[in-house]
Design a protein around this ligand. Sequence first.
Ligand code: RIB
Length: 339
Amino acid sequence: MANMKEIARMAGVSLGTVSNVINKTANVREPVRQRVLEAVKTVGYQPSQLARGLRRDKTNTIGMIIPDITNPFFPAVVRGAEDVAYSNGYRLILCNTDNDHYKELVHLNELRTYLPTGLIVIPSSLSDLTAQAESYRKSGTGVVCIDRLPRHWSGDTVTVDNAKVAFIATRALLELGHKRLSMITGPLHFTNSQNRLSGFKRALRGAKIQISPDYIQEATFDKQDGYSKAMVLLRMIPRPTAIFAGNDLMALGVLLALRECGLRCPEDISVMGFDDLELAETTNPSLSSVSQPGYQLGTSAARILLDRVNGDEGPARHLVLDTALKIRDSIGPVSRARS
Ligand code: RIB
């Protein structure tokens, strides 16, 4: 790899002069500067970001810790963060936790050694990241938590109003005449799963509808568990007439279970999802879902970090992004026979 010595030899100047030109640390006479730049071009020299970072105690990187990039909800979030990072001269370092708090702590400790300028975290569980975040902040690295929040978190956040939009989605099912509503929640140690469930329950209370506690099943935010929990619900007597899944992957599992049991959607059972993944439009029937702005979760988090880098020392910011309910073919009125 081309190095500064070669440039110095080619331009006929000292190493110090080369360094002054490249790092803009001192004025160099224009003809000499041009000679050095010419040599830089000829040898194809790329300054080491690492060496620069060590000098500044920060690299032009943003660490991003997410649960699982293979879950189709997260790529858009990452892409949003990366687009903002890229257009401001930063690169993203991505780490997956698989929702494992131990792995999350390993990433948090390791990432510190890369001297990142900022950190975006989608917490793995209801973990307490206060100590780790504090040590990042002490070294001048901002931390933003998005989507789900760790316990006792007092720093910057970007989320959606999960309880409110789950309430709205449940109301849509109630307005179609459903009384035996069920929910497959995500893991209930996640704040967003808890809030989606509380929105669901509030809508039922508002409609004075009581459901059997078994109509609420907890799953792991994946298709397989959505399928298994749907099978549990479909065996119940009486059977629910609507299933609200805490994310679209679990809703896909529900649709699969219905098909295997020979039940029609929405004629026999209505299904509602959450996330509004691109595939929601293409399922058969198309999936009604709560749309949350994954891309904007990422862009907003990265923007907050950059504001912090640029000197914003104001109080913690708590950004709540808009959501929307997408009604498609998977929900319908409850038939007389089923109500
Ligand atoms: O599908 C992944 C789910 O986990 C999403 O609903 C998102 O909000 C996340 O926490």
